[in-house]
Unconditional design. Structure first.
Length: 360
């Protein structure tokens, strides 16, 4: 067979760690709740989901584990080009859809927004940069997010960078050198946390390089969990490990101690959660829930922020009561989850299936 055409065996997806899929869903729901609360409650210490942003660091760690597990033993056979195709097919359809939804929300938000402040050419450029994953932080009223039409895409930008570095360098390094790089990255992350008082950065113009510190350590840590087989067999199950993960997102926000507590969570606790999740026993009763949770996690993460922008403008203009606020957040999360499921069924899965079939 031609070397330009991958064999079905090389393209075949390995079995999933189903509890890790379920944990991905918990993290996605937590970051959505965090964004709802963040837009309305300026002081994070009053936000019950004050550390929901750490879900991104968990995603990075989980990604390092999954990429190493899925590709370490076959990237040499499939080649760097096929690896990149696999990742683009997996990730980019939702990058495009998230950009389209973000554009519509930017132009037609019924509760506010100021698209008239930007020329048609600049809006087109915003959209093109969004679908091409080129940071373009120019929208003042959106805090100069790297991707003003779909803010969560900042983490996908660094995920793409990590995938490129993995294919070109990391997959070829032995465990000793990965440890060295992880230690250097850990120092960088601690420096960022100490300088900024938190590890929250990476999403905006002024904190762009903080994102490199967050992805560097967590991705390497996930790889090391796989390479060293740090998989802890346990009977915690999905509920037990999920509860341990959720605790990090509701951890109190303390400006005096975040520079210490947040790096400790990222450096040690999240790799431990991945180890426990990979080694936990899944009972049959939670299998469907884990599969559903994992399947909708990425569509939910990449499509929810258009609603978050509108929610921010609604909150500023209407000042809902506490009861209304609570109801909107709960109903909003339910509807966004349902929408993510529809996106998965009618867009993401068919598009990826089509692209993979064309590829074969």
């Amino acid at each position: 067979m031609s070397t330009n055409q991958p064999t079905p065996g090389i393209l075949k997806t390995k079995k999933h760690y189903e509890i890790l899929d379920g944990l991905r869903g918990i993290a996605a729901l937590s970051v959505v709740a965090f964004h709802f609360m963040e837009m309305a409650i300026a002081d994070y210490k009053d936000n019950f989901m004050a550390h929901g942003f750490l879900a991104v660091d968990f995603f990075f760690c989980l990604s390092g584990f999954v990429i190493a597990y899925a590709y370490d033993d076959r990237i040499g056979k499939m080649g760097v080009g096929e690896f990149f195709k696999s990742r683009i097919i997996r990730l980019h359809p939702l990058v495009v859809l998230g950009s389209v939804l973000g554009l519509l929300a930017f132009l037609f938000d019924p509760f506010g927004g100021h698209p008239e402040l930007y020329s048609a050419g600049k809006i087109v450029l915003l959209f093109l940069c969004s679908i091409l994953m080129i940071p373009f932080p120019i929208v003042t009223e959106r805090s100069f997010n790297l991707f003003n039409l779909n803010a969560p895409a900042w983490s996908l930008f660094w995920e793409y960078v990590a995938n490129v570095v993995y294919a070109l360098v990391l997959c070829r390094l032995n465990r000793k050198w990965l440890v060295v790089l992880a230690v250097i990255s850990a120092v960088g992350l601690c420096f960022v946390a100490h300088r900024s008082g938190s590890v929250m950065g990476g999403w905006g113009k002024d904190s762009f390089w903080d994102g490199s510190a967050r992805i560097s350590y967590s991705f390497l840590a996930g790889m090391l969990v796989y390479r060293f087989n740090f998989i802890i067999k346990n009977k915690l199950g999905f509920v037990g490990v999920g509860a341990l993960l959720f605790l990090t997102f509701v951890m109190p926000f303390n400006k005096d101690w975040n520079w210490l507590t947040e790096p400790l969570v990222v450096l040690f606790y999240f790799p431990l959660i991945v180890s426990l999740g990979a080694g936990a026993t899944l009972t049959s009763g939670f299998k469907k829930l884990c599969n559903f949770s994992g399947n909708i996690s990425y569509p939910l993460y990449m499509t929810h922020y258009a609603v978050i922008w509108m929610w921010m403008n609604y909150y500023v203009s209407h000042k809902p009561s506490t009861t209304q606020f609570t109801s909107i957040v709960i109903v909003g999360m339910i509807l966004l989850t349902g929408f993510a499921y529809l996106v998965m069924v009618f867009y993401d899965t068919p598009v990826r299936r089509y692209l993979n079939n064309r590829r074969k």
